[in-house]
Design a protein around this ligand. Structure first.
Ligand code: EPU
Length: 437
């Protein structure tokens, strides 16, 4: 799917089902590489990031099958080195390949990681990953098309303190430390629910991991790990996206599979903006209860703060709020690109290059922190827009669905990196759109 024509103005109403989180499932697939026996992962969404990781596992000899729809059986018993041409095919398509470092070093003694892809929402360096791997004893050789790693003396437990609680770097340490010799102490770790789910998976495989207060994690290395059977945690980011879609379109969406615990911070903000929700046994109903939406001031943060992946769809709802909202993005330097398209549709959003200074928990080297000032309420009208990245793309879709008239949205394929069957889901919610050939 490359382009959609959307006719806005209809509230989205109905039920969508969210399955396993993109940001856990792809990591769980990599974890399977560490086992001596096969692993079964359940609730795997049909998204293109899963396909990229599957391809990369397969070129390394992992046999991947689907016993049932939405399940993956991963058999790592014949893991082998892949040749450069096979790996290169996956260059630039995702950020997950960087997490193959530890598992491949344990299994094969070497790893080649192609250049990374993922959304262009800032520099997205991998210095924390490489510094941690070096502490375990890995030797990193940067090459023109990627990085080559070896571990001449094996991988040994290490004391690592991350400069910032990076999700990816925490996963890198976990996936490497579980089979490194000795104990690893990780300070300033990320503690997102997806990380906790990865820890649960690794524990099922035989790992010994202790999560202490204040972002400290101890990992006692073990010689061997087995496989796992695991149902992935639900996708919080997708759930929050549909919630914002319900609010922005004055609709009513039951998000089946959404759970309250992992969304506490989102739910508080949703309520402050004027949204309503009912927590039920098997999901959460999000709706616009009528009346005016209210402006808010919110800043993105690491868990348990307001996730950076939640701000883009919410900003669309904020264009409808009566007054001035401020959204301060502190995780990435370039995550307001999507607001250009919203302005083209009639929103009033000014992005300031400098955010609030002096908050120590931010990535230390950041020269830029951005604040988007959203003045509402605006009446959006249709426009022709191009999707810049995954979450920004979803916000374009919602904006077009709230706008009066016709919009054409191109580059929509990117949305399928993280939103399963979004076309079918939109249809089920009564959206008026056409897929262009
Ligand atoms: N950072 C560095 N050096 C590093 C690693 C990270 O400076 O070596 C910086 C990043 O540039 C960024 C900040 O640290 O400014 C946070 O990055 P983090 O490592 O936490 O993010 P990530 O692991 O690359 C994951 C999700 C993102 C999500 C972030 C924050 C995956 C595949 N991606 O990225 O999800 O926004 O955590 O929660 O898990 C998305 O789903 O659309 C998405 C971008």
């Amino acid at each position: 799917m490359e382009s959609l024509t959307v006719w806005g103005g209809k509230p989205l109403q109905g039920t969508v089902h969210v399955r396993g989180a993109k940001n856990l499932v792809t990591k769980a697939m990599v974890a399977a590489l560490l086992g001596e026996t096969e692993s079964l992962l359940k609730d795997v969404p049909a998204i293109s990031d899963v396909e990229v990781v599957r391809g990369l596992l397969e070129v390394h000899g992992v046999v991947v099958t689907e016993p049932e729809p939405g399940e993956l059986l991963l058999d790592p018993r014949n893991v082998k080195s892949a040749n450069f041409v096979e790996i290169e095919v996956h260059a630039g398509s995702s950020r997950i390949p960087i997490l193959f470092c530890g598992p491949l070093l344990h299994q094969l003694g070497e790893a080649f990681i192609p250049d990374l892809g993922g959304c262009r929402i800032g520099d997205r360096p991998i210095d924390f990953h490489l510094d941690a791997l070096r502490k375990f004893g890995a030797v990193v050789d940067k090459q023109p098309n990627g990085i080559h790693l070896t571990a001449p003396n094996g991988l040994k437990g290490a004391h690592i303190e991350l400069p910032y609680p990076s999700v990816g770097a925490t996963e890198q340490v976990l996936l490497t430390a579980v089979r490194a010799e000795g104990v690893t102490e990780l300070k300033n770790a990320a503690i997102e629910p997806e990380i906790m789910d990865l820890i649960a998976i690794l524990q099922k495989m035989g790992a010994i991991i202790t999560v202490e207060p204040n972002r400290v994690i101890f990992i006692e290395g073990v010689e061997k790990l087995g496989g796992y059977s695991h149902r992935a945690i639900f996708d919080r980011n997708e759930a929050a996206s549909w919630a914002s879609a319900a609010l922005a379109t004055e609709g009513d969406i039951f998000v089946k599979g959404a759970k309250q615990q992992e969304l506490l911070t989102f739910l508080n903000i949703f309520r402050k903006v004027g949204g309503a929700f009912d927590v039920e046994e098997d999901g959460i109903r999000f709706y616009h209860p009528g009346g005016a939406l209210k402006p808010i001031v919110v800043e993105t943060d690491v868990h348990p703060g307001f996730m950076t992946d939640w701000q883009q769809p919410l900003v669309v709802a904020l264009t409808k709020a009566e007054g001035v909202s401020v959204v301060h993005e502190t995780v990435y330097e370039n995550r307001f690109g999507f607001t250009d398209a919203l302005n083209q549709m009639g929103a009033d959003i000014v992005v300031h290059r400098d955010g609030l200074a002096g908050v120590t928990r931010r990535v230390p080297r950041r020269p830029l922190e951005q604040a988007a000032v959203v003045t509402g309420p605006s009446k959006l009208h249709g426009a022709d827009v191009r999707v810049p990245d995954l979450r920004g793309g979803f916000s374009h879709l919602i904006a077009a669905l709230t706008a009066e008239g016709e919009s054409t949205i191109t580059n929509v394929g990117i949305i399928s990196r993280g939103y399963e069957h979004f076309g079918e889901k939109l249809q089920a919610l009564g959206a008026d759109f056409r897929v262009n050939a």
